[in-house]
Design a protein around this ligand. Structure first.
Ligand code: ADP
Length: 257
């Protein structure tokens, strides 16, 4: 199937000399939901920021990142950001308007939506994330789970074809996690999810990519990689309980699955 996300030999070094990504290559096909795993500091967030050109230190990636075949460069950032919705790790970094409705409206307003169409879009997206009636609420008074859902409503309001999520279930209680996973399952966009929540990965992702020290160390079908205990332990991860009763089936496909 046609790749929606293409990353080819992407490297990134921060100003202080920290090498965050080294020759990272992978593809994600249309409609796929792929888990991005790796220990803290392995480069997951840095990689996600590249997908919609949000890295101020490196505004262009020299064609190393393509979305729907279009290189992510300074000149087409607007178009890329229209396609790629990024859910930040910390909802407080994403919510910046006084009320929930204003926040959800921000993206569509940038895209030119006004009047009744805008109101409809806001209501539709709030309903989609289970926040009907929350439009007038102050963003800073929401619970953590509500903040996450408000952020997702704001992302969905731009109707992205690609959803990139950074630790979307961290800090959620079990019910919040369940509800959020159910929400994600219903969204048909192509998804790349950076997470330590391996249960979510087993439930939602058909494929995973494992990063360690800025490099892709494995990628392939979820059950194969997550069931490979030596691989998981070698990269600061663990075989999830949900797979403990299954026999490990070790298979490590090549760089493009
Ligand atoms: P992860 O999301 O997997 O925890 P990050 O992408 O946040 O990994 O970090 C990858 C590496 O880049 C780490 O060594 C981290 O300390 C470093 N890093 C992240 N952001 C910056 C920054 N703004 N300046 C310098 N180093 C950074």
């Amino acid at each position: 199937m046609k790749p929606v996300i293409e990353v080819n030999h992407l490297s990134c070094t921060y100003h202080d000399g920290t090498r965050a990504l080294c020759e990272v290559s992978f593809q994600v096909a249309e409609g796929e939901c792929v888990g991005l795993l790796g220990p803290n500091g392995s480069g997951k967030s840095t990689l996600l920021l590249h997908l919609n050109g949000l890295l101020p230190e490196q505004p262009t990636s020299d064609g190393a990142v393509r979305i729907h075949g279009q290189p992510v460069t300074d000149t087409n950032l607007l178009e890329v950001r229209r396609q790629v919705g990024l859910l930040f790790q910390d909802p407080d970094d994403q919510l910046f308007c006084a009320t929930v409705a204003e926040d959800v409206a921000f993206g569509p307003v940038q895209l030119g939506l006004r009047g009744a169409a805008l109101e409809e879009r806001i209501d539709h997206c709030l309903a989609r994330v289970g926040l009907t009636g929350f439009g007038h609420r102050a963003t800073h008074h929401l619970s953590h789970g509500e903040k996450r859902r408000a952020c997702l409503a704001g992302v969905l309001a731009c109707e992205p074809s690609v959803l990139v999520l950074d630790e979307p279930t961290s800090d959620l209680d079990p019910r919040g996690r369940r509800e959020f996973k159910a929400l994600l399952r219903e969204i048909p966009a192509t998804k790349l999810i950076a997470t330590h929540d391996l249960e979510m990965v087993v439930e939602l992702c058909s494929r995973v990519i494992i990063l360690d020290q800025g490099r892709v160390v494995a990628q392939g079908p979820t059950a194969d990689l997550l069931g490979d205990e030596p691989l998981m332990l070698a990269h600061g991860l663990e075989r999830p309980h949900i797979l403990q009763h299954r026999h490990p089936h070790v298979l490590r496909p090549g760089p493009t699955a």
